[in-house]
Design a protein. Structure first.
Length: 224
């Protein structure tokens, strides 16, 4: 089950009472095979007299873990151990598999980009996007990529449209003799696997690019 997914309850164990003592009370003991309970449980695994396995995982914000947990189970009755009797079953084992849940990446953008002059060619702005995170420490091996979506004119401003690389550098090339405003929405996606794979972070993050028209002096000439 996915990490952080809360409560689980379901049929798990079936009792086979002794034919001569059908009314004995039976209880189950569930203990970690390694003797240590994982810190991800709000309620540790237990099996009721009805054979129902139940446990509860802590929210992701409180605990992170993915992998397999092994448990030892025994059943005991209240018949006692007099005259060499045995009241506890042999040990059986079961495992609980907790799957990784991908978390959305995050980032911040520079608050302001100074207007540019037309015909000024190529531009690069290091650390325009910063505080780039894959989402949580468990996803440090992931890669991230930015996507820029034009939300207002004009595409004619660029020969190379704006892009942000994985390090947060914004770059683009302005077209000749073009000026105006272009507004872009920025999103960040990761390469995560598992539950919520390839999570995308859509923040209210925008780039507003403005170019000023450059006034050139008139050129005069004398007819020959």
């Amino acid at each position: 089950m996915p990490e952080g997914s809360g409560e689980f309850s379901g049929p798990f164990a079936a009792l086979v009472p002794h034919v001569s003592k059908p009314n004995e009370n039976v209880t189950f003991s569930v203990v970690p095979a390694n003797g240590v309970d994982a810190p991800i449980f709000a309620v540790t695994p237990r099996i009721g007299r009805d054979g129902i396995l139940a446990f509860s995982l802590k929210p992701l914000a409180m605990a992170r873990f993915n992998g397999q947990l092994l448990y030892n189970v025994t059943a005991s009755n209240d018949g006692g151990t007099a005259f060499g009797a045995r009241d506890t079953s042999a040990v059986r084992q079961f495992s609980i598999t907790i799957s990784f849940v991908n978390q959305p990446p995050s980032f911040e953008l520079a608050e302001y980009l100074d207007p540019l002059l037309e015909n000024s060619g190529e531009h690069s702005f290091p650390a325009f996007a910063f505080d780039i995170s894959t989402g949580d420490p468990e996803s440090e091996g992931q890669s991230v990529s930015f996507a820029l979506t034009l939300s207002s004119p004009s595409t004619a401003l660029f020969t190379t449209p704006p892009a942000i690389d994985n390090n947060g550098t914004l770059s683009f090339s302005l077209a000749a003799n073009q000026f105006g405003v272009a507004r872009y929405t920025v999103s960040l996606s990761d390469s995560g696997a598992g539950t919520n794979a390839a999570e995308v972070s859509y923040l209210p993050s925008y780039i507003l690019l403005a170019t000023y028209q450059v006034s050139y002096p008139p050129v005069s000439y004398s007819p020959s």
